[in-house]
Design a protein around this ligand. Structure first.
Ligand SMILES: Nc1ncnc2c1ncn2[C@@H]1O[C@H](COP(=O)(O)OP(=O)(O)O)[C@@H](O)[C@H]1O
Ligand SMILES: [Mg+2]
Length: 411
């Protein structure tokens, strides 16, 4: 297969130029869809199929909220359980499997939500190696054994600031195309390389390849050579929009009969945006000094779980199962409660009411907003304004504690 050194200086310059034109990548994709439908009305059938899938996706977005609550219980309780189990025991390993499975499920939920809903675009600092490990584990459980998966990350750690669900979706879409291109089996290789200011995810297959007429079109919406009812021709169009949204670039190279390489470039984060280390995290855990936290959530199990884990770290906790109870408790203990962890969807109305009341009673009170439903919600404005920390559900317990510590530490 022809190889091309994408990271040669000229290419790098090109990548920097791309930055200025990437303000509204998803919008550009939509514009492109509109033009495509005007000039090729035969694509309407495909478009209608996409809309049908979208309505399923929309329902998925709503179900996602309930799902995240269920997963929150599984994830949190498996984490709690682990603390009681002896190091090296079978039971501990089994609890870890449950924890890992529920994390995966929760990620799948957010990936599915991505298709139809407005993303919050919350970016996290991650090491690309972590992304590759995770993708590999998802592929191993989803792909036939006749596809050999090879991963290589032979470089120092780097940090990326990414919307994880979106990047997983991008890489998985690319890998799924590779799989489709190898019906008889073959090799799928994922490599990461660190080149200057970019990390490259290089994904290659040994499949049927793409001919030179098709190659320039594969990122266009609706471009698909597949017969399957699920093929929409949108996989790579969305992948491109996501990558551009991360100020990156995506390029393809292929030879018929030999295979295809897709390279996703993402800019690294400068060293100042350091992620917190495990030891620092542990130190943060032990800092609590009996501060009182109120947890407001109508899911009794989740309240109980948060209470246990926070108390274990040295906090005191009161819980409230409804907005009305929360306001009542706060009215009586406004001086003692140092932090409120507030679920934004409560049986007696949305959390905004409780939020406003708490701020009215005590304007400087600290609040972490939380919800499994973060799209087009009535409290969206509150999150977007960045006034309060938002913690998506299901809670990752170490993250919950870390956030509680961080908010309480910041005066
Ligand atoms: N790894 C690959 N090998 C061969 N062809 C590919 C590969 N990746 C993408 N393609 C081609 O590009 C087209 C567009 O891909 P995509 O946007 O994901 O849409 P879809 O998978 O729904 O067809 C595919 O139909 C296929 O013809
Ligand atoms: Mg595809």
């Amino acid at each position: 297969m022809k190889t091309l050194d994408i990271a040669a200086p000229k290419k790098q310059e090109y990548l920097y130029q791309m930055k200025s034109n990437t303000e509204q990548p998803l919008f550009d994709t939509l514009e492109c869809i509109k033009k495509e439908l005007e000039s090729n009305p035969e694509n309407l059938e495909k478009y209608l199929q996409i809309l049908r899938l979208a309505s399923v996706g929309e329902m998925m977005g709503e179900l996602g909220h309930t799902f995240n609550n269920i997963l929150g219980g599984i994830l949190g309780y498996s984490q709690l359980l682990k603390e009681h189990l002896p190091e090296g025991s079978d039971a501990l390993r089994q609890a870890e499997v449950i924890e890992k499975a529920s994390r995966r499920a929760s990620r799948l939920v957010s990936q599915m939500q991505f298709f139809t809903q407005k993303q919050t675009g919350q970016k996290r600092i991650v090491d690309p190696k972590q992304i590759v490990t995770e993708i590999r584990s998802i592929l191993e459980s989803g792909f036939n054994k006749n596809i050999k998966i090879i991963t290589q990350c032979n470089h120092d750690s780097a940090r990326l600031s990414v919307d994880l669900a979106a990047i997983y979706q991008t890489l998985l879409n690319i890998c799924r195309n590779c799989k489709n291109a190898m019906p008889e089996g073959g090799e799928l290789t994922i490599r990461t390389k660190l080149k200057g200011q970019f990390v490259t995810f290089e994904i290659s297959d040994t499949g049927i390849g793409i001919n030179s007429n098709d190659l320039p079109h594969i990122f266009e919406p609706f471009f698909s050579k597949k017969e399957s009812g699920f093929a929409s021709g949108m996989g790579l169009a969305i992948a491109k929009a996501i990558v551009k949204d991360h100020q990156g670039e995506i390029v393809a190279e292929s030879e018929v009969g030999k295979g295809t390489v897709l390279r996703v470039f993402l800019p690294v984060v400068p060293p100042s945006g350091k992620p917190i280390t495990a030891t620092e995290r542990q130190d943060t855990f032990t800092k609590a000094d009996g501060e009182l936290i109120m947890v407001v959530d109508d899911e009794e199990d989740l309240c109980e779980m948060a209470k246990r884990i926070l108390e274990k770290r040295g906090f005191k906790v009161v819980t409230a199962g409804s907005g009305e109870t929360a306001i009542e408790v706060f009215e009586n203990h406004a001086d003692e409660i140092k932090l409120v962890i507030l679920d934004m969807i409560l049986p007696d109305g949305d959390g905004t009411k409780v939020y406003k009341k708490i701020k009215e009673l005590s304007p400087n009170s600290k609040i972490i907003l939380t919800s499994g439903y973060i799209h087009n919600a009535p409290f969206q404005e509150l999150i977007d304004s960045n006034k309060e920390k938002f913690l998506p559900k299901p809670w990752d317990l170490p993250e919950l504690i870390q956030e509680a510590e961080r908010v309480l530490g910041a005066t």
